[in-house]
Design a protein around this ligand. Structure first.
Ligand code: ADP
Ligand code: MG
Length: 503
């Protein structure tokens, strides 16, 4: 495989009242497994169903009900692990994390504390300025989601919707390798991109199927490097965890204000207390939710209803063999095969459907020209057209490819191509047919262009005199010639002929 090579980005530095500070960030991302059934029951996971309609007895915590592992969810976790170049643990186990909450009727959540299904991995996080951070993954474990308490529907009562209870989540835990708010957002975006390629998580943050707990601490410049060498957390500051973030913008804002809060505390001679905090976007501040002292004692223990999970290497190998091409590999290949810039390759591979569309346009054609047309004309048009998805594009990849071919072979100019594109897009017509029917073929016949130029020169003696004194005015003749030929003359030929005749 081709490799993408980048320098590491500089960590963000925040100037305190006394001296400079750096940020240290580690994320725990909860990704809902893309699957039709829950982790331990056959109930549906369909979003937006009637409240409490997707609930099996085991999801409602009914006594005597036994969980049965869903093989599809396990396969998705393995797939995700492989996509993050991680160690797959052939033996893992489920533990009970005990706490009562109305939307958690069994009184415990089934999770994997001691033996997660996926071990150490790595994600390349590009910052879009030619730098990238390699963020290490500590682990991924499978766990159940809880239901939802609804407090704002009735003044006197709260409601509980158990549709989400028991839905499979993958918790992806990073090492504290992230060094700025932008990196944190880019990291979540990269995870989402990889999981969408893999088909293991829809990554729809509004629907809550991708959420992040964000751990933030601050340290003096150089301390992080000392920590990296020794692994000694003593060189890092005390961290706080900001729970349940489901927007890239808020993740960044929360990290920034939380870091500033910690810096102000430390410089004031006080201490950062390790605790869980919530971000309030309206006031742009974080607030304490619970401190370590009042933290729950979850009394974890191995779930006696579930045997340890043992999977076979051959099964893992089958999943590995069937993995799709992933974003880094696709991007590197686009750069190599189609001669694209890093930026264009990033844009085109951001979404797997976009990438497939581009590839069809570019296949056997000029890759850079194809990239220009897909990114600037098509994406621009789709965006203006109510943010349409590529799947709803009124112009197919095959037809956009025809336009690229028509330009490349000089049948039409780039300018006329925009008209052809517009007609093809709005009327659903075939580009070759449009060029033919509308007579849009570029005039490359120099004789015809010369005739037009001669006529314009003869009709405008005063302009000719001016142009002879000031060669910049030749542009006027080029414009007139283009007009006279209905914009179909080859611009390069027109320029040459005008220059020659005026000389
Ligand atoms: P715990 O055992 O309390 O859950 P972990 O060591 O598992 O703590 O870390 C939980 C998360 O906190 C991880 O994502 C990790 O990267 C992050 N983290 C650990 N130490 C720090 C730190 N000093 N600053 C910021 N994040 C940190
Ligand atoms: Mg932990």
């Amino acid at each position: 495989m081709l490799d993408l090579d980048y320098d590491a980005p500089a960590p963000k530095v925040i100037a305190g009242a006394q001296h400079d500070w750096e940020l240290v960030i580690g994320l725990e991302v909860h990704a809902q497994v893309a699957t039709s059934a829950k982790l331990f029951s056959g109930a549906s996971t369909l979003f937006g169903a009637q409240p409490n309609s997707n609930v099996a007895f085991v999801d409602a915590g009914m006594p005597g009900m036994l969980p049965v592992i869903n093989e599809g969810c396990v396969a998705q976790a393995v797939r995700t692990g492989l996509g993050l170049k991680a160690q797959i643990n052939l033996r893992s186990a489920f533990d009970r994390k005990n706490y009562f909450y109305p939307d958690q009727p069994s009184g415990y959540q089934i999770s994997q504390l001691y033996h997660p299904i996926v071990g150490e991995g790595e994600v390349l996080v590009e910052l879009g300025d030619g730098t990238a951070r390699r963020v290490r993954i500590e682990r991924i474990h499978l766990e159940q989601d809880a239901g939802k308490s609804i407090h704002d529907m009735d003044p006197n009562m709260s409601f509980v919707d158990l549709n989400r209870s028991g839905v499979a989540l993958m918790e992806i835990v990073s090492r504290p390798d992230i060094r700025s708010p932008e990196e944190a957002a880019a990291y979540v975006a990269k995870l989402r991109q990889i999981m969408r390629y893999l088909g293991t998580c829809d990554g729809n943050m509004q629907n809550g199927n991708l959420r992040a707990d964000v751990n933030v601490s601050v340290c003096r410049p150089g301390d992080y490097e000392r920590f990296s060498e020794t692994g000694d957390f003593g060189h890092l500051g005390t961290r706080c965890e900001i729970k349940n973030m489901n927007s890239m913008r808020f993740i960044q804002a929360a990290i920034e204000v939380e870091a500033r809060r910690q810096i102000a505390l430390i410089e004031d001679g006080r201490e950062v207390v390790q605790e869980t905090r919530l971000y309030d976007p309206d006031r742009n501040e974080t607030r304490s939710m619970r401190s370590k002292e009042e933290a729950h004692d979850y009394r974890y223990f191995p779930d006696p209803d579930l045997l340890p999970l043992e999977i076979e290497q051959a099964w893992v190998d089958d999943i590995a063999a069937a993995l799709p091409e992933l974003p880094d590999a696709k991007k590197a290949r686009f750069i190599e095969t189609f001669g694209l810039s890093d930026y264009d390759a990033s844009v085109l591979t951001a979404d797997v459907a976009n990438a497939a569309y581009f590839e069809e346009v570019a296949q056997g054609r000029d890759g850079k020209l194809a990239a220009n047309w897909v990114i600037n004309e098509l994406f621009g048009r789709l965006r203006k057209d109510g943010d349409r998805a590529i799947a709803d594009s009124p112009i197919s990849a095959a037809r956009l490819g025809q336009i690229v071919a028509l330009i490349k072979s000089d049948v039409i100019s780039g300018k006329i191509a925009k008209d052809v594109f517009d007609i093809a897009y709005t009327q659903g017509r075939d580009p070759d047919e449009i060029v033919e029917t509308e007579g849009l073929e570029q005039v490359t016949d120099t004789g015809a262009i010369e005739d037009a130029v001669d006529r314009i020169i003869a009709e405008n003696p005063a302009q000719v005199e001016k142009a002879k004194q000031n060669p910049k005015l030749a542009g006027w003749f080029v414009g007139q010639t283009m007009k006279a030929t209905g914009g179909k003359a080859n611009p390069k030929a027109v320029n040459e002929i005008v220059a020659r005749k005026l000389a």
